[in-house]
Design a protein around this ligand. Structure first.
Ligand SMILES: CC(C)(COP(=O)(O)OP(=O)(O)OC[C@H]1O[C@@H](n2cnc3c(N)ncnc32)[C@H](O)[C@@H]1OP(=O)(O)O)[C@@H](O)C(=O)NCCC(=O)NCCSC(=O)C[C@H](O)C(=O)O
Ligand SMILES: [Mg+2]
Length: 357
């Protein structure tokens, strides 16, 4: 562990200073694409304006014999496409793989000035982040970069979860953490065979009435990911970085995908992964606060003045703690409205209506 005095010092001579604050940019959906897949690659310029983050994936879902094509495809796309305000991220191969060293050397050298965040899979502990941190500093110095690359860890091993707090605080480059439910399930030896989402077998049941065990007992499906998401959110909040739900693999089940994303949103996540164009709108809808919630938040903030004391609004007590929650919603709404005029209009119209009531 670095001394607090050295925490913000560059890790290589000539590397840019690490960031003091993580930029809180809209990142409601991290849209995954395979940069070596011609069909997907041609869609990138059209998708870029619709998403907050585009991620060129080099790891799982890319066949071993297509790893180089994906890496080279990402270099080509990054150099030729205008992403506007959309961030460009990549997910490199895992640190024990034969590809990751070339991924990092090639990407930082060739397109380090265009990339915003490097997602690192299967992070086990702070040591993995320290390795990437030093290597990135060396490569940034060699490439003459003036802006430091940020690092995003995927929480998808049992030891990663056990060490999530130290991972979140391992480097000033840490931008955020995503839950990787599929690899995490395998690492934990869970008996699921899905990519995220729930399982009908994970449930609780009401008590029996009388002697009959089989009838009249309601069951409630439980959330397999609640504990991990909540732990990840706390670790991220503690270190001033951003938490995300990861993938929902049943592309056809847009309803359950929306539920999973919303659970994550309510617990504190700022976004989720979209694996298919059909999931982009779901993430946009869920991770943008609803106009009525924004209107309520603005109303409470307005009524609370300097934020101290207690007032009643529509029969509900408001105090310092509720106004702080309202500020979270209102600040997110303002950041999204600055990017999306339609959303700005919807938020303002709902606020006007709420204030007139
Ligand atoms: C899931 C897919 C393989 C489905 O692809 P496909 O069968 O081609 O679907 P469609 O026919 O419905 O596609 C319609 C058109 O849209 C294009 N398309 C599909 N997906 C994308 C995309 N992500 N970005 C851009 N364009 C996309 C298709 O090419 C079709 O085009 P056309 O024929 O011209 O109309 C596919 O969606 C896919 O591969 N998605 C990404 C998968 C991925 O990245 N997986 C890795 C992340 S999840 C993970 O790693 C687990 C995690 O780490 C954990 O441990 O939990
Ligand atoms: Mg994974």
């Amino acid at each position: 562990m670095r001394s607090p005095k050295d925490f913000f010092a560059p890790l290589a001579v000539g590397a840019p200073d690490p960031p003091r604050q993580i930029p809180v940019l809209p990142s409601r959906m991290i849209h995954f694409f395979d940069p070596g897949n011609e069909k997907m690659a041609t869609k990138v310029p059209g998708i870029a304006p619709q998403v907050d983050v585009l991620l060129g994936n080099l790891e799982d879902a890319i066949r071993a014999d297509r790893k180089e094509a994906a890496r080279n495809g990402l270099v080509r796309i990054a150099k030729s496409v205008d992403f506007g305000r959309t961030q460009l991220w990549t997910r490199v191969n895992s640190l024990d793989s034969p590809w990751v060293l070339d991924d990092l050397i090639t990407l930082v050298t060739e397109i380090g000035d265009r990339l915003d965040v490097i997602m690192v899979p299967k992070v086990e502990g702070a040591q993995d982040i320290h390795y990437v941190d030093r290597l990135l500093a060396q490569l940034e110095a060699r490439a003459g970069l003036t802006r430091p690359l940020l690092v995003h860890a995927i929480l998808e091993t049992a030891s990663g979860v056990a060490n999530v707090e130290e991972i979140a605080g391992a480097s000033p480059r840490m931008q955020g953490i995503s839950l990787g439910p599929a690899d995490l399930a395998a690492s934990r030896r869970m008996k699921t065979t899905r990519v995220g989402g729930g399982h009908p077998g994970y449930l609780v049941r009401t008590d029996p009435v009388g002697e009959e065990l089989d009838e009249g007992r309601t069951t409630y499906q439980q959330d397999l990911w609640h504990y991990t998401v909540a732990r990840m959110v706390d670790a991220c909040a503690m270190h001033g970085i951003l938490p995300y739900y990861g993938p929902f693999g049943d592309i056809r089940d847009t309803v359950a995908c929306e539920d999973q994303f919303r659970n994550a949103f309510l617990l504190g996540c700022v976004g989720a992964w979209s694996l298919h164009p059909a999931q982009i709108e779901i993430a946009k809808k869920v991770f943008s606060p609803a106009p009525r919630d924004v209107a309520w938040a603005r109303k409470v903030i307005g009524a609370m003045g300097d934020g101290t004391g207690a007032v009643m609004i529509e029969g509900k007590m408001q105090d310092d703690a509720s106004v702080k929650q309202c500020r979270v919603v209102a600040e997110l709404a303002d950041a999204l409205a600055a990017r999306d005029p339609e959303l700005a209009e919807a938020y303002d119209a709902a606020t006007e209506e709420a204030l007139a009531e």
